[in-house]
Each structure stands twice: as C-alpha cells, then as structure tokens.
Design a protein around this ligand. Structure first.
Ligand SMILES: [Zn+2]
Length: 67
C-alpha cells in the first residue's frame, strides 16, 4: 500500500497516510481543518517552502523516465 504525504497549507502540519489508490484523498488538516496538499514521493516535484525532509533511504535514480 503506498504512503502519501500530506502537508497542510495553513499550518504546515505534515503527516503520512497509508492509502490504497482507490481510497479517497484527505482534504482537511486533522489539526486545523485547513486545506491539505498531497505530495507524491520520488517524482521530482519541487516543494515550496523550507524544512522538507529528504528521503535518504531512496536509491539514486539514473533518470526519471521509468514509470
Ligand atoms: Zn493545518
């Protein structure tokens, strides 16, 4: 089951959820009910803001063309 990372746009609360692809995405922050942004790992997405941790357990990827 994939792990999704959610970040609250309002309070920047970050947490992970184990969800199936068919499961509905969360939309509200459990802390402040603010709007959540869903983040996907290892897709080369650039994140705004600071303090986002690196996933140092991910292997080096020679390219981003695999799918
Ligand atoms: Zn929040």
């Amino acid at each position: 089951m994939p792990t999704y990372t959610y970040v609250c746009k309002a309070c920047e609360h970050t947490f992970e959820m184990h969800q199936a692809f068919a499961e509905e995405a969360l939309e509200s922050c459990p802390k402040c009910s603010g709007e959540l942004r869903k983040q996907f790992g290892n897709l080369g997405v650039s994140f705004k803001g600071s303090g986002f941790y690196k996933n140092d357990s991910a292997p080096a990827r020679p390219s981003s063309t695999d799918s």
